[in-house]
Write a protein that binds this ligand. Sequence first.
Ligand code: CA
Length: 224
Amino acid sequence: MKILVIEDEQKLASFLEKGLLQAGYAVSTCYDGAKGLEAAASDSFDLILLDLMLPGANGFDVLKNLRSFGIHTPVIIISALSETEHLVKGLDLGAVDYIKKPFEWEELLARIRVVQKKYFGQESPVIKIEDLTIDLIGRKVMRNGKEIKLTAKEFILLEYLARNANRIVSKNQIMENVWEMDFDPGSNIVEVHIYQLRKKINEGFENKLIETVVGLGYSLKGKK
Ligand code: CA
């Protein structure tokens, strides 16, 4: 899930960004209303966290403009304006929720999950292969009921392998899709990450899910 944060307070913006990244969301941040509107209009976000008192264009105007452009991305307003009239105005303009500053972090996450469920299905998408489960939004990997801690890159690599389960993916394909870089034949970055990932996923289990297919690439094999 990709979240756009429109917030001019640098400290709060970076707090939000770090926290959301840690919670497994992709995040972009804009520090003024006009730029926020531009970003919201040009990129496809799943959710917008919108401050109201902003330079450039205030949050109400951002919201109004978005809706008039036909962009219906769910918006949660986060504002220090705590009067009922502001809340009502925000909801009337089409915000799905209104959180008053200062807010509790856990509450924000819970409200984001509500939006997630409402707009993107009841459960977060999970890929299951044999006893391995990959929670794509919670960014959690379990094998046989036990959590496996992965780095952000290892997670993306595993997700890519899992989406292509029972197929062979080449080093070149991994480079392009996981690193979004052209293939440099001299680089061993893929091997290094596969090695680490395989250790974490396979070690201690008889059934080795990630395999090297000599000369061709790698494969995550198992029953879905
Ligand atoms: Ca502000």
